[in-house]
Ligand binder design. Structure first.
Ligand SMILES: *[C@@H]1O[C@H](CO)[C@@H](O)[C@H](O)[C@H]1NC(C)=O
Ligand SMILES: *[C@@H]1O[C@H](CO)[C@@H](O)[C@H](O)[C@H]1NC(C)=O
Ligand SMILES: *[C@@H]1O[C@H](CO)[C@@H](O)[C@H](O)[C@H]1NC(C)=O
Ligand SMILES: *[C@@H]1O[C@H](CO)[C@@H](O)[C@H](O)[C@H]1NC(C)=O
Ligand SMILES: *[C@@H]1O[C@H](CO)[C@@H](O)[C@H](O)[C@H]1NC(C)=O
Length: 464
C-alpha cells in the first residue's frame, strides 16, 4: 500500500523540480504585446511571432487615418520576410492608438522597407513620427530604405494609451510603415540612475527611466549576429567588427559553458546567453602587462546625450580574482580597476552591466575602450567586453530628431492651408477693425474695450 504513494510523491517531486527549472528559463511574456502587420490582409508569422493584420477586426488598438492605403509589394522576386511585403501608406497625418494595460517602460519598434508599387512612388516617402508627444523621426526619407530597417525606441508610459502619429513632411509626400511592435519592457530593463561621465566630472544621472530612448547601436562583441529568434526580447545584436578601431593585441573568445544569471544582477532579458558567451579580451602571455587598449567607435549625432550600456561577463579567466581593468568612455575614465569577480559576488561567467550617460559631441563619434589598469597582473586577462548598447536620449525639446517639439512638428501640416489661413486671418482682422472703427464712430468709445481684444486673439491663433 505504501509503495504506490511513495512513487506518487516521488513523481510529484520530480514534476515540481522540472517546473522549477523550466521556470528559470521561462520566456518573458509582455503584458502589452501588440504586433501589427500593416497594410496586410492576412497575419504574418516571423520567428514564431504572429504579426496580426491591421485589417483584422480582432484588434484592440485603433487607427485614425483620413488618407491611407494598404499596399502589397508588386515585386514577386523580393524574398524579405512577410511583414515587409505589405505597408500602410498615409497621405495625411494619421495615428495608431494602443491601449496600455501596464504602466512603465515600453519598447516600440517600426519596420520599414520600401515596396515596388504602381500606386505610390516611394521616392516621395518622407515623414515625421511622434510617440506620445515625443518626436522620434523627423524628415525621415523612407524611400531610401532598400533593405529591412528596424527603428527601436524605449518610452515610459503612464497614460492609458500610447499614440503613434505619422505626418507626411509635405502635402506632396507620404508616410508609410510595414509593421509595428508595442511591447511592455521587463521592469529592470532601464534603471533610473546611471553615471554621467565627461572630461570634467563623473556624477549621478537621475531620471533615466523617464527619458525616451532610441537604440542606435546594439553590438555583440566578438561573436556572430544575434537575431530576434535567439533574443529574449526579440532584439538584434550585430557583430562589432565595423566599430572596432584596431584589433591589435586583442582576441575573440567563445564560451560553451553555462552563463550564471543571478538575482539582482543582469537578467537574461538584459542580454541573452548568446551575447554573454562571446567577448574580446586582452591577454598577458608573458611576464609583462601589454600596454594596449581595445577601442570601438560609434557614429552619433552631436547635441544629444547618449546612454552607453556596457555588458561584461568573465568567460576567459581561469579563476576568480585575476581580472582587473579600466573602462573608458569618450577617452574619460568611466570605471577604474573594474573587478568583475567582486561585481558578480564571486561567480565566474556571471553577467554584469554598467550604464553611463555621455554627451554626443561635434566629432560625431562616441568611443569605448577597455585596457589594463594599475592592478592588472601578468599572465592574466587584462581587459574584456561582451557587448555594447548605445541609446540616444531625447533632448530638452522632447525630440530624438531635430530641434522642434512635437507640437510644432504637428502644426507643420498642412503647409498649404496655413498659406490660405494667413490672408484669411488678415482679412478677418481688417473686417473686425473696420467694424470697430464704424461702431466707435456710431456709439462712441463706451464699449471699445470689449472689442479691442478680439483682433489680437484672432491673429494670435492664426500665426501659431
Ligand atoms: C522594382 O523596382 C525596381 C526599382 O525600384 C525595378 O528595377 C524593378 O524592376 C521593380 N520590380 C518589379 C517586379 O516591379
Ligand atoms: C540561434 O542561435 C544558435 C546558436 O546559439 C544558432 O545556431 C542558430 O542559427 C540561431 N538561429 C537564428 C535564427 O539566428
Ligand atoms: C611580451 O610579449 C610581447 C608581445 O606579445 C612583447 O612585445 C614583449 O616584449 C614581451 N615582454 C617580455 C618581458 O618578454
Ligand atoms: C587607453 O585609453 C585611455 C583613454 O583614451 C588612455 O588614457 C590610455 O593612455 C590608453 N592606453 C593605451 C595603452 O593606449
Ligand atoms: C527628455 O524629455 C523629458 C520630458 O519632456 C525631459 O524632462 C527631459 O529633460 C528630456 N531629456 C533631456 C536630456 O533633455
Amino acid at each position: 500500500m505504501e509503495y504506490p504513494h511513495g512513487k506518487l510523491v516521488f513523481f510529484l517531486l520530480l514534476l515540481s523540480l522540472c517546473t522549477l527549472s523550466a521556470l528559470s528559463y521561462t520566456l518573458f511574456s509582455p503584458t502589452d504585446n501588440y504586433l501589427v502587420d500593416c497594410g496586410s490582409i492576412v497575419d504574418s508569422v516571423v520567428d514564431n511571432r504572429r504579426f496580426v493584420s491591421d485589417a483584422s477586426r480582432r484588434n484592440s488598438y485603433s487607427l485614425h487615418a483620413s488618407g491611407s492605403a494598404s499596399l502589397r509589394n508588386e515585386n514577386p522576386f523580393d524574398v524579405s520576410p512577410r511583414i515587409y511585403q505589405s505597408a500602410k501608406v498615409f497621405t495625411r497625418p494619421s495615428r495608431y492608438e494602443f491601449e496600455i494595460r501596464e504602466k512603465g517602460t515600453h519598447m516600440v519598434r517600426f519596420h520599414f522597407q520600401k515596396l515596388n508599387s504602381s500606386k505610390f512612388d516611394f521616392g516621395d516617402a518622407q515623414f515625421h513620427v511622434l510617440i506620445n508627444g515625443f518626436v522620434v523621426l523627423n524628415d525621415f526619407i523612407g524611400g531610401e530604405v532598400v533593405s529591412p530597417r528596424v527603428k527601436e525606441y524605449l518610452i515610459w508610459v503612464d497614460t492609458e494609451k500610447l499614440v503613434i502619429t505619422f505626418i507626411p513632411a509635405k502635402k506632396s509626400k507620404f508616410a508609410f510603415v510595414n509593421a509595428l511592435e508595442v511591447l511592455s519592457a521587463p521592469k529592470d530593463l532601464i534603471l533610473d540612475t546611471a553615471e554621467y561621465v565627461n572630461s570634467e566630472k563623473t556624477e549621478e544621472f537621475d531620471g533615466l527611466a523617464m527619458q525616451t530612448l532610441e537604440v542606435v547601436h546594439r553590438v555583440s562583441v566578438g561573436g556572430p549576429k544575434v537575431t530576434p529568434f535567439n533574443d529574449t526580447l526579440w532584439r538584434t545584436w550585430i557583430p562589432d567588427d565595423e566599430f572596432l578601431v584596431s584589433s591589435f593585441g586583442s582576441k575573440r573568445v567563445y564560451f560553451s559553458g553555462r552563463i550564471w544569471y543571478q538575482m539582482g544582477g543582469a537578467s537574461r532579458e538584459v542580454a541573452p546567453d548568446n551575447v554573454y558567451n562571446t567577448a574580446r579580451v586582452i591577454r598577458s602571455t608573458n611576464d609583462s602587462v601589454p600596454d594596449v587598449n581595445i577601442t570601438w567607435v560609434f557614429p552619433v549625432t552631436g547635441g544629444f546625450k547618449y546612454l552607453v550600456r556596457l555588458h561584461f561577463c568573465d568567460i576567459a579567466s581561469i579563476s576568480l580574482g585575476l581580472l582587473y581593468f579600466n573602462v573608458y568612455v569618450n577617452g574619460n575614465l568611466a570605471y577604474k580597476d573594474l573587478d568583475l569577480s567582486r561585481a558578480t559576488n564571486y561567480v565566474l561567467a556571471s553577467p554584469f552591466y554598467a550604464d553611463f550617460v555621455v554627451d554626443g559631441d561635434a566629432s560625431g563619434v562616441l568611443s569605448v575602450s577597455v585596457g589594463p589598469s594599475s592592478s592588472s597582473m601578468a599572465h592574466t586577462i587584462v581587459g574584456t567586453l561582451n557587448a555594447v548598447e548605445v541609446m540616444k536620449l531625447n533632448n530638452s525639446m522632447g525630440s530624438l530628431a531635430g530641434k522642434l517639439p512635437a507640437e510644432l512638428v504637428l502644426q507643420s501640416w498642412p503647409k498649404r492651408n496655413i498659406g490660405v489661413l494667413i490672408p484669411l486671418v488678415a482679412a478677418a482682422c481688417l473686417l473686425v477693425s473696420l467694424s470697430m472703427l464704424l461702431r466707435r464712430r456710431m456709439t462712441g468709445s463706451r464699449n471699445s474695450l470689449t472689442w479691442s481684444k478680439l483682433p489680437t486673439d484672432v491673429s494670435g491663433a492664426g500665426v501659431k
